[in-house]
Design a protein around this ligand. Structure first.
Ligand SMILES: Cc1cc2nc3c(=O)[nH]c(=O)nc-3n(C[C@H](O)[C@H](O)[C@H](O)COP(=O)(O)OP(=O)(O)OC[C@H]3O[C@@H](n4cnc5c(N)ncnc54)[C@H](O)[C@@H]3O)c2cc1C
Ligand code: FES
Length: 354
């Protein structure tokens, strides 16, 4: 029998019940109490909080995301820590009433389509057992068969008005447990998948009317595709003009060009598409890294907002460029696709606070 503890979340003053074998983040999100998080695996430090009262087990926190002196100071990572008593925590919660909070739930899905859309890149369509309420840009945690309790996170590329069939765009990672060992190996149409969500706060800000630059590297396109399609196809008028900078090395890594070209033709006043190839020249594509092309396009980005998603190195380079172009951190939203290798290295950049 497991013991239940009460977690008090400050400064909200909300109380949630948490099992001794459940992470505090999981208990909060399932109760509809939003606390900051991103990787959900003890790597990114986004969920760092202070334990004001009580005891926790720090779990598999990366020593780089939670340093020894921080443990001594009473800090913890909510995504991997479990309670050992009733606990009071203080999290860095910025309440944003423009974002709807959808409690995390468990779902069962069935793979209804699986296509290779670019080199080492697979599109999965998963039909859920019931509708999922989520914000454009959020992600799900997929359970890896044969590895109880082990999950990997993937962002929805579909839009909130398509709540039953989720689209995922997944890049193969060499020797990766979920990708090389399952999704690109023996996963097949008709297979059943356990997943939970929605997670994350890299979402389309429907109250930001400034023009937006959206920078996507590799499958970092997925959440950004959801945001763009949601704004355009669901007529979210509060959002300003959107420009997508989609980056890939060569044409064989690039996907969904026709989809965004068609959107740019359909919504010329609302959306501009800039596909960029860094290692190949090809008609219809800008040549260079997304950051080079962005640099050349804009003298300044003052008065814009930025959205960035992709591998950590690309996210960091993009943040530098956006800041040099006069964007403040408060005007930049980002999601890093951190993987397990990040837990073993100190890859955090001072630019990336959370
Ligand atoms: C919020 C979020 C959203 C994401 N959305 C997407 C998405 O939409 N599409 C997408 O393609 N990806 C996405 N990702 C990345 C995804 O979650 C996985 O990290 C990625 O698919 C790799 O998973 P894997 O199990 O195949 O590899 P892993 O098994 O996690 O391994 C990754 C790499 O780390 C190495 N490694 C494993 N363990 C260790 C260790 N202990 N020390 C050092 N190295 C190690 C492996 O050899 C491998 O090279 C997202 C990530 C985050 C955080
Ligand atoms: S969400 Fe907890 S460390 Fe990343």
């Amino acid at each position: 029998m497991t013991t239940d503890y009460t977690i008090t979340v400050e400064p909200l003053g909300r109380e949630v019940t948490c099992r001794e074998d459940q992470t505090i983040l999981d208990a909060c999100l399932r109760a509809g109490v939003w606390v900051p998080h991103s990787c959900t695996h003890g790597t990114c430090a986004t969920c760092k909080a202070e334990v004001l009262e009580g005891d926790v087990d720090h779990g598999a926190a990366s020593p780089y995301a939670l340093m020894d002196f921080e443990r001594d100071e009473g800090k913890t990572l909510l995504c991997v820590c479990t309670p050992r008593s009733d606990v009071v925590i203080e999290a860095d919660i910025d309440v944003d009433d423009s974002i709807e909070v959808h409690p995390v739930q468990d779902f069962t899905g069935t793979v209804v389509a699986m296509d290779d859309v670019a080199r080492d890149t697979r599109r999965l369509l998963i039909e859920l057992d019931r509708d999922l309420a989520f914000n454009a840009g959020q992600y799900m945690a997929l359970s890896i068969p044969g590895h109880p309790g082990v999950t990997r996170t993937y962002s929805m590329a579909n839009i909130p008005t398509e709540p039953r069939i989720l689209e995922f765009q997944i890049r193969r990672t060499e020797k990766g447990l979920a990708t090389d060992g399952w999704i690109f190996k023996d996963l097949a149409v008709g297979d059943s998948i356990e997943l939970s969500g929605p997670y994350g706060r890299f979402v389309l800000r429907t109250d930001r009317s400034e023009p937006a630059v959206l920078i996507a590297g590799g499958t970092g396109l997925a959440p950004i595709a959801s945001m763009i399609r949601h704004a355009l196809e669901n007529g979210i008028d509060g959002v300003g003009h959107l420009t997508l900078y989609q980056g890939a090395r060569t044409r064989e890594w690039m996907y969904d060009v026709d989809r965004f070209t068609a959107l740019a033709e359909q919504y010329p006043d609302r959306f501009t598409y800039r596909p960029c190839l860094s290692e190949e020249e090809a008609e219809g594509f800008s040549t260079g890294m997304v950051t080079d092309v962005l640099n050349a396009d804009h003298e300044t980005l003052k008065g814009h907002v930025g959205y960035v998603c992709g591998p950590p190195a690309m996210v960091e380079a993009s943040l530098k460029t956006l800041m040099l172009k006069r964007l403040f951190p408060r005007d930049i939203y980002k999601e890093e696709f951190l993987d397990a290798s990040a837990s073993a290295t100190q890859i955090r950049s001072p630019l990336i606070k959370r």
